[in-house]
Design a protein around this ligand. Structure first.
Ligand code: SAH
Length: 251
């Protein structure tokens, strides 16, 4: 492969995959998303590797670096925060590489919404509470399709993980309440999940806005909403004695 899109994980450098780590060590050229990828990962690069921070580059410049490396017979790693398939803007890069007949692969990563569940020590899919996780964002400069507006999604009362929106916390909570979440639905906000300076804030749909504004949290945070943050739920059937499955007979 000429180019490997690699999920860097949410921050903790030990949360990259074994495969991603190997490819990083082998790469001649590394282009990383400087705003969120932990720079500690760059210490895995081999000596002499060329390293670019994509924060100051345009799409065309990124593709040009990949193309030049490919012409020289070199391997490129494009390092994206979390998992590249979620708000990673990799489709446009893959489409541009297709046009130039440059081969590529995608190595998944631990997304920040999963590192957030780990930080909270909660399960998103609790029996009798919610069996659905909605990954979404509030509309910003990137438009959101009409049928995916937060208020509409909120009507399901499922577990929601809201990316890229903490700087608009009041609008997020207003839409959630308009959409049907009860005022006392629990909310947790994790900033920089898995980083040494990780912070956790808790409240409800009606109280979290002030908590987050007072704490001046306006970036790199995941908003989790739903009753899964409460402790009342039915026990999973998977480990119930009378519930048999492929690997265990019912008693
Ligand atoms: N591809 C990434 C998301 C990129 S969009 C992933 O899979 O996680 C950037 C948004 O992700 C941020 O605005 C924030 O909402 C979230 N995010 C990224 N890293 C985070 C972290 N360590 N803790 C909490 N939220 C994070």
């Amino acid at each position: 492969m000429h180019v490997s899109f690699v999920g860097a994980g949410p921050g903790d450098p030990e949360l990259i995959t074994v495969k991603g780590q190997r490819l990083l060590g082998e790469a001649d050229v590394i282009i990383y998303a400087g705003s969120l990828v932990n720079p500690a990962l760059l210490s895995l690069a081999k000596q002499g590797a060329s390293i670019y921070n994509s924060a100051s580059m345009t799409l065309d410049q990124v593709i040009e670096v990949m193309e030049k490396a490919t012409e020289r017979g070199q391997k490129t790693v494009r390092l994206h925060t979390g998992d590249p398939s979620i708000y990673g803007a990799i489709q446009e890069q893959m489409d541009a590489l297709d046009k130039k007949n440059i081969s590529y692969e995608v190595i998944p990563g631990v997304s920040s919404f999963l590192a957030t569940a780990a930080a909270l020590q909660r399960e998103y899919t609790l029996p009798d509470v919610s069996q659905t996780v909605i990954i979404t964002r509030l509309e910003g400069r990137t438009p959101v399709p009409e049928k995916e507006k937060l208020a509409l999604l909120a009507s399901h009362n499922a577990t929601m993980c809201i990316f890229l929106s903490v700087h608009m916390i009041d609008s997020v909570m207003k839409e959630l309440i308009d959409g049907g979440y009860h005022q006392d639905t629990p909310v947790a906000i994790v900033q920089k999940a898995s980083w040494p300076d990780q912070k956790i804030f808790r409240g409800t749909v009606s109280t979290i806005g002030k908590i987050i504004t007072d704490a001046k949290i306006d970036r790199t945070a995941m908003i989790v909403v739903g009753r899964c943050l409460d402790s009342q739920y039915a026990l999973s059937r998977l480990y119930a004695p009378e519930f048999g499955h492929m690997y265990r007979d019912a008693k």
